[in-house]
Design a protein around this ligand. Sequence first.
Ligand code: CP3
Length: 345
Amino acid sequence: MSNSIFRDTILGKKTERPPVWFMRQAGRVLPSYLKLREKHSFRELMLDPELTAEVTLLPVNDLGVDAAILFSDILVIPEAMGMDLSFTDKGPVFENPLHKINDKLAALKPDSSKLEHIYKAIDVIKGRKPADVALIGFCGAPFTTFCYMVEGNSTKHDFAQAINLFYNDPKTTAQIFEKITELSIEYATTQAAHGIDTFQLFETHAGLIPSELYIERVLPYVKRITNAVREKNVPVIFFPKGLGNGMAKVNFDIADFVSIDWQFSMTEARRIIDSKVGLQGNLDPRLFTIKDQSIIEAELNKFLPFGKENQNWIFNTGHGLSPDNSKDNVQFVIDWIKKTNWNRD
Ligand code: CP3
């Protein structure tokens, strides 16, 4: 047994309760984060290793989660390929999205030195974090990264230009996936070399295309990234949001754990996904906006039978926290997970 309930769970050991952390836990739901944002832009927080370490550890100190996730963004990969990115009030925007460029491949010039500050941040976090807290590294999966690179922003949520290119020009699409995959492998394995405990691959927009096409045209790239990280002895969590019944194809060849969105039932996920693969999820994060905590508790109680039977389970939300979530509710859920008797053998 290590002293970390998160590490024990991800390594397949028995624990008294599921470990708990949340996607986007280090963000605007925390007053301490908003205070730092008064002084620094989001980009400053991401670029300065000291500040990055401080923000990464805010939810550990303020909420008591079992794991910290590196504070960064999936769009550092397109940026390290020379794309001009800004973070605006309406989310991230690329000045020259690929849909406007004829020779798309020539526009991509990978320069991994642009990622150095992130490895430095990992070193600082490792020196500062409590030993019982795991550190999760991450990057975006190829399809979601491609969506942003082609479209340039997410204001319309349908990524029409990206989907158009995906159907119209499979050859160029595959070449872009290849470029994203190569840099992501270097990025992810260097995070592993700097000592992250686990790696999560975010495929937030998997649900934009039919699952058969996702399995056929995207999953092989995912497999290359996840297995490069696993070869470094770092377990991998894969989060293909909205993949639906395509989840049946996400077996142990792909990842150690799969993160489940709130549209999918955990018991159904457990039934169709390879039993060697652990599960993460899947509370609906919108419950964090509810005033009456007994409604939240009623939803939490529904996880009890699942948590008794399934040791290879990490409690999380079905997607990231958002700024309208109440910190008190997030705290209520974390405390509930920790104090509940899960009646495990
Ligand atoms: O706490 C964590 O989960 C770690 C940090 C993290 C961020 N982004 C910080 C962030 C992680 C893991 C991400 C991943 C990410 N970024 C994804 C995939 C996961 C998901 O949530 O869907 C995507 C699609 C992005 C791209 C991105 N970055 C968008 C769409 C936005 C705008 C939406 C928003 O929440 O403002 C961002 C900005 C962003 N990334 C913020 C944070 C904390 C907000 C920055 C701020 O205004 O202070």
